[in-house]
Design a protein around this ligand. Structure first.
Ligand code: FEO
Length: 393
């Protein structure tokens, strides 16, 4: 399926309706797409990014339909194989040169076994003339690897941003139309792979805004004919502002920790604090990640098992540590039978986070009346913290 973006500019990439998992861990409830953009100049033709090799046939069919028999340049914005994996075949078939930055070249020599002579190396601000269409290269690192860059088509004011501003969403729409759906999928995508690089991304957003694009065309999901929609969403997610929300990630073996969670939810409600609750036995990475984007407080609730936290709680702590959400407070609570290192082990797994750790609340066995008072105190402390953070009036 060919999707026209502008005169002489087509999305010739592949839609992957069936894919359910990315990186063997990230769920894809809406499938995904690998967008590859053909830009036809009067003299030269460029392809911006390619597709996951499994979907190469879709790309080749689209190129054939457009009667493309020569590709001069493959612009590679990002070395990850869902965008670069088909490059070796396309070099072979079309005799194209790969246009990218030096860091990306290094990765592609390792990942795809390309050779020095396959590349034309560009740097920040360089341009490539195709004849009536000029590509300009803007370095936008860490969206999502250190080598990532954006290609800007000057005449049509189109920013090809690869993963940046993308969404894992299979759709036959060329441009985003179902805004609620795409907002959610783009937020999930941001949460899963970009959240750890929030501050660098803020600078990258500014660089893209300065280009004053009319269209943003990422390499996953639909393009945006209204760039402010996705730029504003990214500004919201990357800003230091959090919401009056607590995310409780819990696992409970025999119900004691669950009773603590239920009580905390009730008490936080009485304090006027919004709560999201995820059972770690069923929640997937995408759901946990998206929930983390703008909460002020995260609570890890776990029973003590084998003298430490339940492995699912360790997973949640590890995930929070890796994704680095902007939450300001983290708490640990749970029930234990006879002791253990639950708090120490979870703390060790949260070491990279610049958060205030709340006083942990561990209780022995099934909560008693006095334990519920302690949970109520915890809810009060959280509400006070939220007031101090300015998110609760
Ligand atoms: Fe869509 Fe980081 O690759």
């Amino acid at each position: 399926m060919i999707r026209k973006i502008a005169n002489g500019v087509y999305n010739v990439g592949a839609i992957d309706w069936e894919r359910t998992l990315f990186d063997e861990i990230v769920p894809l409830p809406q499938g995904t797409s690998y967008n590859a953009y053909l830009v036809k100049g009067e003299k030269k033709t460029a392809l911006i990014d390619t597709v996951e090799p499994e979907k190469l046939e879709q790309l080749l069919d689209n190129l054939e339909e457009l009667k493309v028999d020569k590709i001069d340049y493959i612009v590679s914005n990002h070395a990850e194989q869902d965008h670069s994996g088909s490059i070796p075949y396309l070099i072979e078939k079309y005799g194209a040169k790969v246009v990218t930055n030096a860091k990306c070249m290094g990765f592609e020599k390792d990942l795809l076994h390309l050779k020095d002579e396959d590349f034309i190396i560009i740097k920040e601000g360089d341009t490539l003339e195709l004849g009536g269409k000029t590509l300009k290269f803007i370095m936008t690192p860490w969206v999502h690897w250190p080598e990532t860059m954006t290609t800007f088509l000057i005449e049509d004011k189109i920013a090809f941003t690869c993963d940046f501003f993308g969404s894992h969403a299979a759709t036959s729409h060329t441009f985003a139309e179902q805004y609620d759906r795409i907002y959610h999928e783009a937020k999930r995508y941001y949460a899963e792979i970009m959240m750890p690089f929030r501050q660098i991304i803020t600078r990258n957003i500014k660089k893209i805004e300065e280009l004053e694009p009319k269209i943003i065309a990422p390499s996953h999901g639909p393009a945006y004919s209204d760039p402010t929609f996705i730029i504003d969403a990214y500004k919201e997610w990357t800003s230091p502002d959090t919401k009056n929300e607590v995310l409780i990630l819990y696992v409970s073996m025999h119900g004691s920790t669950k009773k603590m969670v239920d009580a905390l939810v009730d008490y936080l409600g009485e304090e006027g604090v919004e709560v999201k609750v995820r059972d770690l036995t069923t929640a997937n990475l995408g759901e946990i990640a998206i929930d983390m984007v703008d909460v002020t407080t995260i609570i890890l609730a776990t029973p003590t098992m084998l003298a430490g936290p339940h492995p699912y709680a360790v997973y949640a702590a590890y995930l929070a540590n890796a994704l680095k959400p902007k939450a300001k407070f983290i708490g640990i609570m749970g029930s234990y039978g006879w002791g253990g290192r639950t708090v120490d082990i979870l703390k060790e797994n949260l070491g990279a986070l610049k958060v205030e750790l709340l006083e942990p609340l561990l209780i022995k066995g099934l909560p008693r009346k006095e334990d519920y008072e302690k949970i109520k105190d915890l809810a009060r402390i959280i509400a006070d913290n939220h007031r101090e953070a300015g998110v609760l009036k």
